[in-house]
Design a binder for this molecule. Sequence first.
Ligand code: GLU
Length: 488
Amino acid sequence: MSDATMRVRFAPSPTGPFHIGGARSALFNWLLARKTGGKLILRIEDTDLERSSRESEENIKNALKWLGIDWDEGIDAGGEYGPYRQTERLPIYAEYTERLLASGKAYRCYCTDQELDAERQKLMAEGQTPRYLGKCRQLTPADEAALVAEGRKPTVRFRVPENQDITFQDAVRGTVSFDSNGIGDYVIVKSDGIPVYNYAVVLDDALMKITHVVRAEEHLSNTPRQILLYQALGLPLPIFGHVSLILGKDRSKMSKRHGATSVEQYRALGYLPEALVNFLALLGWSPVGEQEIFSSAELIELFSLDHVAKNPAVFDIDKLNWINSQYLKRLDLGSLTDMALPHLREAGLVVGELNEERHEWVKQVVGAVREYISFAAQIPEHAAVFFQDEITMENDETAEILRDPDVPQVMEAFLHKLAVMENVNAEQVQAALKAVGKELKLGGKKVFMPVRVALTGKMHGPELIALIPLLGVERTTARIRRSLALLN
Ligand code: GLU
């Protein structure tokens, strides 16, 4: 694809946490812009005055930046088609509304919410599609004056042409058709003068010269309403591409029940932005071949709408965890330690400022557990055994292991070797454990399992050859003695 004039946009409504579905739409648009040398525009759709907030807008921008998704025009970036926040574009919309009213393509509707509700109930009771039946379609100026005198505030409705087939080629879904009958004249401007999404989006996309509208499938059913407005306004249509819904593993729509749904939550849990980008790219897009780990540069090179699937994308957290663990493996230990520290502090394992020596020790601990984790928030549960000298037996089985008659001599032999060890490192600890087994004629498991249980209270955990050097002679000895004493 080489289309340097491609202009795509991401147009979030700043009404709450930034959902991963939104991040995926942003990413797909970004990949298209970067691949073609086109432009990505960030527009804020804040016409829902009650639910929109600047705080949410900030969250979205921060999340995009964290993911490495930058934009060329729009909020903060500027550009020749601004302003880029819909509430700052009201005069622009008003001008077009006047034109639609003057040409009779739209009209003022004075029906109250109660009247509209009654109409809807009646249609539903008759088994018909609820829609506006056009009560205010033919009002005369005198009728309108009388309604205004009653104190009614009008909305503006678009006059939907009858019997019109609305067919378009969706870049993802192929040919899509809707029938204009049954849509009913819809509101484009509310009684407070604020345009609705379906209207503002058309004017913005057209005036910002958007060439490709790539967005979530939930907007597919809005598209016929938008196309009718493009036609009424004589504006050129963009190419639409509707990307599938994201479902949970149980195939119901992705929701909080399935785990974290916002980018912020994944960030807080200690996922890496590159991993999340990699994972989001694969939510609905499948490259040719088996490769699953892609750098941003590779995604930009390979991405195309042709390989975006029509069927729903399934959010597989295990896959995200696997991808993230691949990225974590490649991360340098210093950076991983920086990611781990807030979690270790939150778990109460690290308190106060760390001096250089202690920081280095924590870093080694992080290094010892990194192979067991998928994201940074899992570090404390694996690292706790390095910090906590109070040992509690995990279960009866662990207590049983320490009651074995061979255990006292195993421990004494090991502690002796430890006491005389020149340098407590992985090799020497390994050699000592081996030698104890040999001297006492016991299998390896009979040595390292009781040592592990005495040191941690658990049967599984980090390698002893990593744990013991990091605990050092004193703490290792004290833990073993305390565990043995607990049993007597
Ligand atoms: N503001 C809409 C949303 O967040 C954008 C829809 C669109 O891309 O047209 O869902």
